[in-house]
Design a protein around this ligand. Structure first.
Ligand code: BES
Ligand code: MN
Ligand code: ZN
Length: 477
């Protein structure tokens, strides 16, 4: 654990962090009057007034000890949000290591949830495959004479977020459907939810033909991962989280060029996020029934691959003309949706999927695209995401697009024109939701940061875990 609360200052810290609101400079009582005057002069000289984004590091002698303090400006107190605090701390401390004491004279600037989150976030590094591992970490100690409670929930979400990121960052050679199901099993034991793994024979006997067509050519065999947590057994309400679990997406015979394939290990981000949400919901004993369903497979090429032009069946009974084998996610999700409704009796559906390049092009990495048949669910999700650095943006579900689903040889086809491709994908999924309230979350742009940004490092971001968890928790209200 990188965040701690201490009741006594016992060691010499590498640095002290001091949080300041704009034009409200206050010093810790442990700083001598003389030093306060000196620091105030340095602030004036550097024109530091604690505006948002301003950082000033000063070293001074205090009782013959050399003290270094990073003063972090947070802007006007009345404008301060969790996101400003989160990003300010991240950008000021991102490159720091050592033991730091975090303090503020102003209780309004103290946010233990963010301190715990930021400590875990800054220290995260996927270095499993590097010969030289990260060996220096940042430890944040918060001086807590007022006996504030440890931010347990934030700490758990942070730890689970790192698990989710690891699952996504693992190359596909390791994170196979089988491995993913083992990881889900480990989480089920650690956090306390039920799990069942269906092998391809079981999936076949149920009739999951669309899903199995996608996974057919791969050496690593498909698996269905079903997770159950009944937090309110007297209620019939049950939310199913359906995670796209394509462990690698070559595009199949509609093969992707190398540059588009490079990050396709992240095509199981939805699945990883669902495992994370199940863990968080179970660990925090949320009073709502939640299940997670992942149809995990690899979209590979080989002599046995499904082809453009093939007609395949589905668990729902609808026949599908495969017009593009790279539109595989929606085929796996179709069967996972039907499974959730018919076998697990889900009353509400949330799918999380790296579904379309079109959504990525439309929203970039700024927001997760949401498409729904029940707009009030979108409003609830946005409310749940308020304090997290996870943005959502609603995209349309067009009535008219139903025509584009028509196939001349089967009930529907799996790909349409390039225009409005994200909405088309949702239109396809709508064929399988059986009029249940449904949120489709297309995370193609937000699950993985290609370059890193003001808060997320290069690689898996772990986004959505916290918002969807909060959405489910809010059902208790
Ligand atoms: N996994 C991809 C979508 C994707 C693209 C995720 C970029 C993350 C980054 C999905 O399976 C896919 O290939 N979609 C196709 C659909 C098309 C063939 C209709 C796409 O978006 O190009
Ligand atoms: Mn694809
Ligand atoms: Zn895909």
């Amino acid at each position: 654990m990188y965040f701690q609360m201490i009741s006594k200052i016992q060691k010499n810290y590498d640095k002290t962090i001091s949080l300041l609101a704009e034009n409200e400079i206050a010093f810790c009582s442990c700083v001598s009057k003389q030093n306060q005057d000196m620091i105030t002069k340095i602030f004036q000289k550097k024109k530091f007034s604690a505006k948002e984004g301003e950082v000033c590091e000063i070293s001074f002698l205090e009782n013959e000890n050399l003290c270094t303090t990073i003063f972090i400006g947070l802007g006007k107190k009345e404008d301060l949000t969790k996101n400003i605090l989160r990003e300010s701390l991240y950008s000021a401390l991102e490159k720091e290591t050592g033991h730091f004491l975090i303090s503020s004279e102003d209780p309004d600037l103290i946010d233990l949830d963010i301190f715990a989150e930021i400590a875990e976030h800054i220290n995260y590094d996927f270095d499993k495959y590097k010969s030289k591992k990260k060996d220096k970490f940042l430890y944040l100690d918060f001086y807590n004479p007022n006996q504030l409670k440890f931010p347990q929930e934030s700490q758990i979400l942070s730890e689970i977020s790192s698990i989710v990121r690891n699952l996504i960052n693992e190359p596909a050679a390791y994170m196979t459907p089988d491995r993913l199901s083992i990881e889900a099993q480990i989480c089920s034991e650690k956090y306390g939810f039920e799990i069942e793994i269906l092998d391809e024979h079981k999936a076949d006997s149920l009739g999951m033909k669309a899903f199995l067509a996608v996974g057919r050519a791969a050496f690593d065999r498909p698996k269905v991962i079903v997770m159950r947590y009944l937090g309110n057994p007297h209620s019939k309400e049950k939310t199913a989280l359906i995670g796209k679990g394509v462990c690698y997406d070559t595009g199949g015979l509609s093969l992707k060029p190398t540059s588009s394939m490079l990050n396709m290990k992240d095509d199981m981000s939805g699945a990883a996020t669902v495992i994370g949400i199940m863990s968080a919901v179970a660990q925090n004993k949320i009073k709502h029934n939640v299940i997670g369903v992942i149809a995990a497979c690899e979209n590979a090429i080989g002599p046995n691959a499904y082809r453009p032009g093939d007609v395949i069946g589905s668990l729902n009974g609808k026949t599908i003309e495969v017009t593009n084998t790279d539109a595989e996610g929606r085929l796996t999700l179709a069967d996972a949706l039907t499974y959730s409704i018919r076998i697990e009796k889900a009353t509400e559906l949330i799918d999380i999927a790296t579904l379309t390049g079109a959504m990525y092009m439309a929203l970039g990495s700024e927001a997760c695209g949401v498409i729904t048949n029940t707009p009030s669910l979108y409003e609830k999700l946005v409310k749940a995401s308020e304090n997290w650095r996870e943005e959502f943006w609603q995209m349309p579900l067009f009535k008219n697009q139903k025509k584009s689903l028509k196939s001349s040889i089967a009930d529907i086809k799996n790909s349409g024109p390039r225009q409005a491709g994200a909405s088309f994908a949702a239109k396809f999924l709508e064929e399988f939701v059986e009029e249940k309230p449904w949120l489709h979350l297309d995370v193609a742009g937000t699950c993985f940061s290609e370059e890193g940004d003001s808060y997320y490092k290069k690689g898996a971001t772990g986004q959505l875990l916290r918002s969807v968890y909060t959405y489910l928790k809010d059902k208790e209200l």
